[in-house]
Design a binder for this molecule. Structure first.
Ligand code: BES
Ligand code: MN
Ligand code: ZN
Length: 461
């Protein structure tokens, strides 16, 4: 469930955000008992440290939240956000904050921290809520928090309840809310509609979890933006099966789909002046008698043939057909998001969203966007000399080059063979391994806020 701002009320608890440098001044403004109380609590304005002060009636009269020093702020983001989990239930308002602290980030962090995945819980704890601070763009921040909550809910939902049909249902629910249209091609219809790779990867799944291509459109005017998300609802690895330790988290292998749906939510909720298309190949990479095999050679929608050297490199296969479809219509920009390779995680870890593009201006807009909204991204190269690694000889392309060198780059180069010209690809992790401020453990969107922030630059909006 997305968290929302509390309605403004006169009783909202005044909350001071304070750094260690600002603490002496704050202390001087307090009455002696309050000062003594802060000292007794060992309050040093460390990042995320919270204390409350009683009113004369014994209710919570004020709250003080530590932001840490400049080093803490360099090392972390959304440092004020942990207050949303640490403060007692109640309605809070920001009464003071040091100069240079972005209240938009504080407010967004509070909402993102308040996210809980409660679908399988009988009770949801009561929360510390925040009144939208004056001067922030509350509509925008709410839209972002809602989009991110959608992404997290979709990733966190286990594969038993988040198969291809459930991803379709989620896309339809989203479309209905914003007046978008959805077309879906399912099962054997994928063969006649010429999505052979999507069909091949997904055909071993049970009938009620049949593969499909979801095609959502919204908006009538403005530049065209096409988002493509990897929707592998569970990745067993197929016949080249994953070891149990690698399969453990593979419910999140639809993280790209979840992230583009979250981004679509943001775009539509804000009514951005563009024409949006969202393409999601939704499949389960399952094992059965009709599963595709190592060394099968497949002919893609685009006509390029692919030798399957590992059925576990399935994401690039389903994305290839979706990207080919994207390219059949002139869009100003196509962006894919996918939990595509373990190599991306090895290269940059779970906190950074690696992205690829040949478009310098798009790269700088996305990097700037990410920095502005605390959504760290890092550009990796479409290093063309490595194209040789994805060309096996037996077919046009190899889905899993041997040697294991530059795995994220070779996967990206594979996608580039199918993608339209102005193209950005994110190889995201989609999972927060340990709770951090504004990022509870579990499914997480990456890159969506960076892209949203960059859209005016990317599309001349
Ligand atoms: N979904 C995985 C990639 C993945 C694994 C992302 C772990 C995040 C965390 C993908 O389908 C996959 O299995 N990729 C293989 C490709 C290889 C066989 C060429 C990989 O990265 O090992
Ligand atoms: Mn795989
Ligand atoms: Zn996968």
């Amino acid at each position: 469930m997305p968290a929302a701002f509390a309605p403004a009320t006169v009783n909202a608890i005044p909350t001071s955000l304070v750094t260690p440098e600002g603490l002496p001044a704050l202390m001087r403004g307090l009455a002696l008992p309050a000062r003594t109380w802060l000292e007794a609590q060992g309050f040093g304005a460390k990042a995320g440290q919270c204390v409350t002060l009683p009113s004369s009636e014994g209710t919570i009269g004020a709250a003080i939240v530590g932001l840490g020093d400049a080093n803490d702020q360099r090392r972390g983001r959304f440092l004020a956000a942990s207050a949303a989990s640490r403060l007692p239930a109640g309605i809070y308002r920001i009464a003071e904050a040091p100069p240079g602290i972005s209240l938009d980030e504080v407010a967004l962090g509070w909402l993102l921290e308040s996210y809980r995945f409660d679908r399988y819980r009988s009770q949801s704890p009561v929360k510390a809520q925040l009144v939208a601070p004056d001067g922030i763009d509350a509509t925008r921040i709410s839209a972002i928090a809602e989009g991110e909550a959608l992404t997290r809910d979709l990733i966190n939902t286990p594969a038993c309840d988040m198969g291809p049909a459930d991803v379709e249902a989620a896309a339809r629910t989203l479309a209905e809310r914003f007046g978008a249209t959805v077309e879906v091609t399912t099962g054997d219809a994928l063969i006649t509609a010429n999505f052979p790779l999507i069909h091949t990867v997904g055909r071993a799944a049970a009938a009620h979890r049949a593969p499909r291509l979801i095609d959502m459109r919204w908006g009538n005017t403005g530049p065209r933006l096409t988002l493509v998300g990897k929707g592998v609802c569970f990745d067993t690895g197929g016949l080249n099966i994953k070891p149990g330790s690698s399969m453990g988290l593979m419910k999140k292998d639809m993280g790209g789909a979840a992230t583009v749906l979250g981004l679509a939510h943001m775009v539509m909720a804000l009514g951005l002046p563009l024409r949006l298309r969202v393409l999601i190949p939704a499949v389960e990479n399952a094992i059965a008698g009709d599963a595709f095999r190592p060394q099968d050679i497949l002919t893609s929608r685009k006509g390029l043939t692919v030798e399957v050297n590992n059925t576990d490199a399935e994401g690039r296969l389903v994305l290839a057909d979706a990207l080919a479809l994207a390219g059949e219509e002139e869009a100003e920009l196509t962006i894919s998001m996918a939990t595509l390779t373990g190599a991306a995680r090895v290269a940059v870890g779970p906190d950074l969203a690696p992205f690829f593009t040949d478009d310098e201006s798009a790269a700088s807009a996305i990097s700037k966007g990410g920095a502005a909204v605390a959504d760290p991204v890092w550009r990796l190269p479409f290093h063309t000399p490595y194209d040789a690694m994805i060309e096996p000889g037996m077919a046009d392309l190899d889905n899993a080059p041997s040697g294991g060198m530059a795995g994220s780059i070779t996967a990206a180069l594979f996608l580039r063979r199918f993608a339209p010209a102005r193209y950005v690809h994110f190889d995201i992790y989609g999972w927060q391994p340990a709770a951090a401020p504004a990022r509870p453990k579990g499914g997480i969107g990456q890159g969506a806020r960076a892209v949203l922030q960059a859209l005016p630059d990317l599309l001349n909006l």
